[in-house]
Design a binder for this molecule. Structure first.
Ligand SMILES: [Zn+2]
Length: 466
């Protein structure tokens, strides 16, 4: 009898422990091979976050910020244990931008656009986007993708290892596009994984996983059904919805402590604010500091034209998150402008009509191009620089070297839009291993020769590690 009882007890125990069968049946996800360490994720994400912080106007509203952080923390604590990393520090910032988007950087920094919070129909939809982004981070998709054949190269890749809910600019568009450096497109496989893990995190956190799928439908509706690059380059929203729905049937949703009133209040507050600019408008405005709602327009401050002679002492800078080393006169300062980096002397830069203006200095950037031919890729770049600027004239080019590789040295002339003075623009281009075009641009007023030797020294100092 005793034996039988204990057998029954044992059977009951088995039955009980086997009960959450549904939980066991959820889709198992594995890490992809990754040659980077977890610490690398943290480091890369932190560097990219510094850039993001200086480029994106953050919404300064403690209530909204606190609310988004609460939702984020609830989701993070629901990450399955095998995908939790002690080293990761998840943070959530609200960007005052109209585009319906969000992105996350390796190691945890996440940026949620105000437009996304306003577009979501429920807290669950907003949480869905965040859970999806958290999943890219937890699964270390950024560095996993970089491991795979260095598709994005160190330069644009490492700086740009971010997942976005909408996906990025199509390949072939130039990096002049706003924040292209931050926008990295993951493969469909990675997107599906982030949807599945995101669903699991949602259920654990007490949200209906189908809200993540619903958000894709909301996105589709709000983008007028067209969706452009997103719909053409990503799994279709209906495919994603169907896959999430299937996963949701395998999941048990924890009881929720979420209060829909919080979400409504936040949305109402946001709608009361002045219309947010788009990411493109933010990039054009050249703002470099986080701003609050009421300080979105800086007063114009055109360059003074009184510029000190370049110092003979040089300071070494590491830009594009270590992808490029360069020496620059130590009386110049670094300015991150969109996806390019400027080094400028005091008085040689400013702002006019809401646009950044540079009269003296050197800048560096990376342009995405389909053109494997250096000459043609350079012509593409010059054409894009000339867009909306009828004064830019190409004066021919010659071969040179940059960081030990073949490069093109092109001379152009221009009329500075802010000062109306003719200026000389020099462009040095070379190809990165992944085919993208790395460039250095220098600008000075015409006939000012004081900067020539400084530019030569800068050019010779450039070291590219891609
Ligand atoms: Zn994604």
């Amino acid at each position: 009898m005793i034996r039988r009882q204990s057998l029954i007890a044992w059977l009951t125990l088995v039955a009980i422990s086997a009960m959450p069968l549904s939980a066991l049946a959820q889709t198992q996800i594995k890490y992809h091979s990754n040659k980077y360490s977890v610490q690398d994720d943290v480091k890369l994400g932190r560097q990219a976050a510094q850039e993001a912080d200086s480029q994106f106007p953050l919404l300064r509203d403690n209530e909204i910020q606190g609310y988004v952080e609460d939702v984020g923390r609830r989701l993070v604590s629901s990450i399955p244990s095998q995908f939790q990393h002690r080293e990761f520090q998840y943070s959530f910032k609200v960007v005052n931008a109209r585009d319906i988007n969000a992105f996350a950087l390796p190691g945890g920094p996440m940026y949620v656009n105000r437009g996304m919070i306003e577009a979501a129909r429920t807290e669950g939809e907003m949480a869905g986007v965040m859970a999806h982004e958290i999943s890219h981070v937890a699964l270390r998709h950024g560095t996993a993708q970089a491991t795979k054949g260095q598709k994005y190269g160190l330069l644009a890749g490492i700086a740009g290892i971010a997942g976005t809910i909408l996906g990025g600019q199509g390949a072939g568009q130039l990096a002049q596009a706003p924040f292209a450096v931050y926008v990295l497109k993951f493969s469909r496989e990675y997107e599906t994984e982030a949807d599945i893990l995101g669903s699991q995190i949602m259920a654990q956190a007490g949200y209906d996983p189908r809200d993540l799928g619903n958000m894709f439908r909301t996105l589709e509706q709000q983008s007028g059904g067209g969706g452009g690059g997103f719909l053409s380059s990503h799994p279709s929203p209906s495919d994603r919805y169907a896959r999430i729905d299937r996963e949701a049937q395998l999941l048990r949703v924890n009881s929720s402590s979420a209060d829909t009133r919080d979400f409504r209040r936040v949305q109402e507050k946001l709608r009361g604010y002045q219309r947010a600019p788009t990411m493109a408008e933010i990039a054009r405005s050249g703002q470099r500091n986080p701003v609050g709602e009421n300080t979105s327009n800086y007063p114009d401050n055109p360059p003074s034209g009184r510029v000190a002679y370049p110092s003979n002492r040089y300071q070494s800078y590491s830009i594009f998150n270590g992808g490029v080393q360069v020496n620059v006169p130590n009386n110049w300062r670094q300015i991150n402008d969109g996806s390019s980096v400027w080094f400028v002397p005091e008085g040689g830069y400013g702002q006019a009509n809401g646009q950044p203006v540079y009269t003296h200095g050197a800048s560096f950037g990376v342009a995405q191009t389909n053109n494997r031919n250096l000459q043609r890729a350079t012509e593409d770049l010059i054409n894009s620089l000339g867009q909306g600027n009828n004064n830019l004239r190409s004066g021919g080019s010659q071969r040179t070297t940059l960081s030990g590789r073949t490069a093109l040295f092109s001379t152009l002339s221009n009329v500075n839009e802010a000062t109306g003075r003719p200026e000389t623009v020099r462009l040095v281009t070379t190809q990165l291993r992944d085919g993208q075009l790395f460039y250095m641009i220098t600008v000075t007023p015409q006939n000012e020769r004081n900067f020539e030797s400084a530019f030569q020294t800068i050019l010779r100092s450039v070291r590219i590690n891609d």
